[in-house]
Design a protein around this ligand. Structure first.
Ligand SMILES: *[C@@H]1O[C@H](CO)[C@@H](O)[C@H](O)[C@H]1NC(C)=O
Ligand SMILES: *[C@@H]1O[C@H](CO)[C@@H](O)[C@H](O)[C@H]1NC(C)=O
Length: 425
């Protein structure tokens, strides 16, 4: 360096040029060497950093037969508490209100009882999480590497909420997402409930998914759409397999910067130590065989404003703090129930990814997928049969929906379909 500087000072223009050329070559070599080394290691560092953020130290780890590892982590160590606004948060261990009766006596105690449980999660076969912990599906390096970017992991790629009343065909096609849903709007809603049967739809290619869920929507369908979602899904890209999994999603800005699946970002606060978000559900319904269903209840605690989730009749999972949302901090303006698939149309044809059971609604019980006892929570915090239910599907020849009412099924509908067929080319 000293020599170079001396040469630079004492030499003429020619010397200077030569020196600059040498320096430049040297510099280019240095950068290419360091780039060659640092590119993988930078990515590796990002992956490790992200894994450390998502996977907290476990009190106990349980290996599920499906390949998952479920970490029992201290309830106070969950990802939600990385959120700056949750630094001093006191976890609410029970909601103040429950739409099926005042919380406290029967509800909590029934949650502790080991009653009959037809639907459960596969990892239970190999253990349970102790009190004071919550079960978290461990994110593996492969999970992150399958995502289009580390930042994109655990998040929806496109806005994908079905917009039944949109007149804009571009919005209806929605980046290839297809739906078959029932919905209500035009009122203030404070929650929703439904029982849906569980299937394992075939996914044509790994960047597609198929799900069955409830949407709680707030605001217009603009850039500030608020959404809380829960149900089951098969998503090879997200989970690395074709298993049917319990999932949640939330966003407060139409899937842009906020929100994620399950506990994959700071947001949802889990209090339940028995059910893991993103873990496999089993058993699964069989065509012309046994039917297995799950119930999901989402409701707003009128006192704290938090949105709660219950899985089945026994498992109060936890809540989304009110401050995450704008419109939903008050109430929901629309509720949707039903199925969604991604149709990537990669081979110029409609995808053969199935929705629900992969069979059309007209096949009925034991064959088609259903939502039964669909209900909404009204302004006095009571569950009600929804009024004025609409249905919506982009292409009924691919996936369809059919509503009905009566008996102990209350308001119900069948939905789904096989995707590609002669009528859905
Ligand atoms: C948390 O508490 C500390 C100490 O009382 C306080 O300085 C800080 O502002 C609080 N943070 C939030 C987000 O409320
Ligand atoms: C998921 O299912 C598809 C066919 O539907 C199959 O090609 C793929 O290998 C499966 N993936 C895994 C991880 O089992």
């Amino acid at each position: 360096m000293t020599m170079g500087t001396q040469g630079l000072l004492s030499g003429g223009k020619r010397k200077l040029l030569v020196l600059l050329c040498i320096l430049e070559v040297f510099f280019i070599q240095m950068t290419s060497i360091s780039a060659g080394r640092s590119r993988p290691s930078t990515q590796n560092l990002q992956v490790q950093t992200q894994l450390n953020l998502l996977n907290k130290p476990a009190v106990k780890s349980i290996k599920s037969p499906d390949g998952d590892i479920i970490d029992c982590i201290k309830i106070t160590h969950q990802p939600a508490f990385a959120h700056p606004l949750l630094k001093n948060h006191t976890i609410q261990m029970t909601p103040n209100f429950h739409p099926e009766g005042v919380f406290g006596q029967n509800k909590v105690s029934s949650g502790m009882k080991k009653g009959s449980r037809t639907i459960t999660q596969m990892w239970h076969l190999n253990g349970r999480c102790p009190q004071g912990t919550i079960p978290v599906r461990r994110t593996k390096e492969d999970d992150l590497l399958r995502a289009s970017s580390i930042k994109a992991f655990g998040r929806k790629k496109h806005r994908s909420v079905p917009q039944p009343k949109s007149a804009d065909p571009d919005l209806i096609s929605q980046s290839g997402h297809q739906h078959a849903i029932a919905y209500v709007d035009g009122d203030k809603y404070y929650g929703a409930k439904a029982t849906m049967n569980v299937w394992e739809p075939k996914i044509q290619q790994s960047n597609e998914f198929s799900l069955s869920q409830i949407w709680i929507l707030g605001g217009s369908f603009g850039e500030d759409l608020n959404s809380i979602e829960a149900g089951w899904q098969v998503s090879p890209d997200l989970y690395g397999d074709n298993n049917t999994r319990l999932f949640t999603y939330w966003t407060s800005d139409a899937y842009q910067a906020t929100g994620c699946y399950n506990l994959l970002c700071s947001g949802f606060i889990q209090i339940n130590n028995e059910i893991a978000m993103g873990a496999s559900i089993y058993p699964i319904s069989k065509y012309q065989g046994s039917q297995y269903d799950i119930s999901i209840l989402l409701w707003k605690d009128p006192k704290e404003g938090n949105w709660w989730m219950q899985f089945g009749n026994n498992y109060v999972m936890g809540y989304w703090p009110a401050f995450l949302f704008s419109y939903l901090a008050d109430s929901a303006s629309m509720i949707e129930w039903g199925g969604e698939v991604v149709n990537s149309g990669s081979d110029g044809q409609h995808t053969s990814t199935q929705m629900g059971s992969g069979h059309f609604p007209k096949e009925g019980f034991g064959k088609a997928s259903y939502f039964k006892n669909i209900q909404t929570v009204d302004g006095s915090n009571n569950l009600r049969a929804p009024k004025g239910i609409g249905t919506f599907t982009e292409q009924s020849a691919c996936y369809d929906v059919q509503i009905g009412k009566g008996g102990n099924w209350g308001s119900y509908f069948y939905f789904g379909g096989p995707g590609r067929s002669p009528n859905c080319p």
